[in-house]
Design a protein around this ligand. Structure first.
Ligand code: AMO
Length: 416
């Protein structure tokens, strides 16, 4: 059913007011705010694309002054130049219809200058998104996803989608959500790791953008139990080849966002590379210890994007290619103290993979379906997984991952 009646004037949206100056038009939107000045009522009307002022006189002014904020309305009127700061054009209304009246008491007020608590905003996300600043985060998120897809596709990567209900862990046994799969135990995927590695056998270069699940209880500003990851895997590539792709992707995201009018910095120069041992030396950590948030925050405080390479084998998953006795062909991409991505070269030889499974106290029999692929001419291969929500934190300057995820899942919140 179309809302537009035969006799209705042309329907326009807020950004189109300028090109309709002097015309009689129809607009649909919500009442963002109300200001009453003498016999005039000024409604600040919002739609998904912007805001403008609607001026009501006489009887309409009275009607307009009592409309609950956030109600959905249809307006008709003439478009004229405006002195308001909201939009250079406004509408002199001669018809207003309240299509859907909002409650008079709302859980949050998107027009308020005072920000509501984060949890209040998340619990009422659609209303929160009527605040243009919050809406911008998710418009940017959608743009970044498109930019990444285009970049990887243009660089020859094939988009794949692998199962999210799986039989064996890919990132170690802990942190798995168990599901009852018709009476048999199954798990929610922690990453597409094993599938993406298998698929390079024939497809060469693959990528996947999807949600993954980690049953970690820790409640931090950078962890969620359901998060989005951008994963790539490529045959015939080493660690430095895929690091280069990651660096180029990040730079491409920044330049594309800038071209679209977003306020982001220009990234200059190459991302510096430090070895794990260099980080240890400069922070006083003993070889073999993981780098805590405190250590990384200290090390990264005067840096932006940089890589930490050659981590101890003991700190990396079983599929990571060893480098000598103790190190691995691995890397993390960091932004200041925040880990954004990890990856490296993988083991491509059957016997070594079995050995590394055993060294990690994992049972090779549980990985039989995966291991068989390594007998079919598995190529040398490398890849990475980029935490997309963490990247959005960096791009938007928000310091809690919940700010950049529509409906975040952490150990305390399953709703809304
Ligand atoms: P890793 O476990 O390091 O590596 O995950 C890759 C990236 O995903 C992000 N990430 C998370 N983001 C939010 N909440 C979480 N709980 C969470 N866990 C991880 C981080 C991290 O750097 N298979 C490998 C990747 C690879 O080698 O290709 C993997 O999953 O930004």
């Amino acid at each position: 059913m179309s809302l537009k009646k035969e006799s209705s004037p042309k329907r326009v949206q807020s950004p189109e007011l300028g090109e309709n100056e002097g015309k009689y038009v129809e607009l649909h939107g919500w009442v963002h705010d109300i200001r009453i000045l003498g016999k005039l009522t000024f409604l600040i009307i919002g739609d998904p694309y912007g805001y403008y002022q609607a001026v009501l006189k006489g009887e309409l002014a009275k009607k307009g002054s009592s409309i609950p904020r956030q109600s959905y309305v249809i307006l008709r009127g003439n478009v004229v130049k405006s002195v308001s700061k909201i939009n250079p054009y406004e509408v002199q209304v001669n018809y207003i219809e309240i299509v859907n009246e909002a409650d008079t008491v709302l859980p949050l007020d998107p027009a308020s200058k005072v920000q509501s608590e984060l949890m209040t905003r998340i619990n009422n996300r659609p209303l929160d998104l009527r605040d243009s600043e919050e809406r911008k985060i998710f418009l940017m998120r959608a743009d970044v996803l498109h930019i990444i897809r285009d970049f990887l596709t243009q660089n020859g990567f094939v988009e794949v989608d692998t199962p999210k209900i799986i039989a064996t862990a890919s990132e170690g046994g802990a942190e798995l959500f168990k599901v009852d799969y018709f009476g048999k135990p199954a798990y929610l995927a922690q990453s597409p790791q094993l599938y993406k590695e298998e698929l390079v056998l024939a497809l060469g270069k693959v990528f996947e953008i999807a949600h993954y699940f980690r049953a970690e209880k820790s409640n931090t500003v950078k962890h969620l139990n359901e998060f989005t990851s951008v994963d790539i895997e490529s045959a015939m590539m080493g660690k430095f080849d895929v690091m280069k792709i990651l660096e180029e992707l990040i730079k491409h995201i920044y330049s594309s966002l800038k071209a679209k009018g977003y306020q982001v910095n220009e990234l200059k120069g190459n991302f510096p590379i430090y070895t794990y041992e260099q980080v240890c030396d400069s922070t006083g950590v003993n070889f073999g210890e993981d780098l805590s948030s405190e250590v990384l925050n200290e090390f990264g405080k005067d840096k932006e994007f940089y890589f930490i390479i050659d981590w101890p084998l003991s700190l990396k998953p079983f599929y990571t290619m060893p480098k000598g006795e103790k190190l691995s062909e691995s890397f993390d991409l960091m932004y200041k103290g925040l880990e954004l991505a990890s990856g490296g070269q993988r083991i491509h030889k059957y016997d070594l993979l079995v050995e590394r499974l055993k060294a990690n106290n994992l049972n090779p029999e549980s990985f039989a379906e995966h291991l068989k692929v390594y007998r079919w001419g598995m190529p040398v291969h490398s890849g990475w997984g980029l935490g997309f929500d963490r990247l959005m934190m960096v791009l938007t300057g928000r310091n809690n991952i919940r700010e950049v995820v529509l409906y975040p899942r952490d150990s305390r919140h399953l709703a809304p």
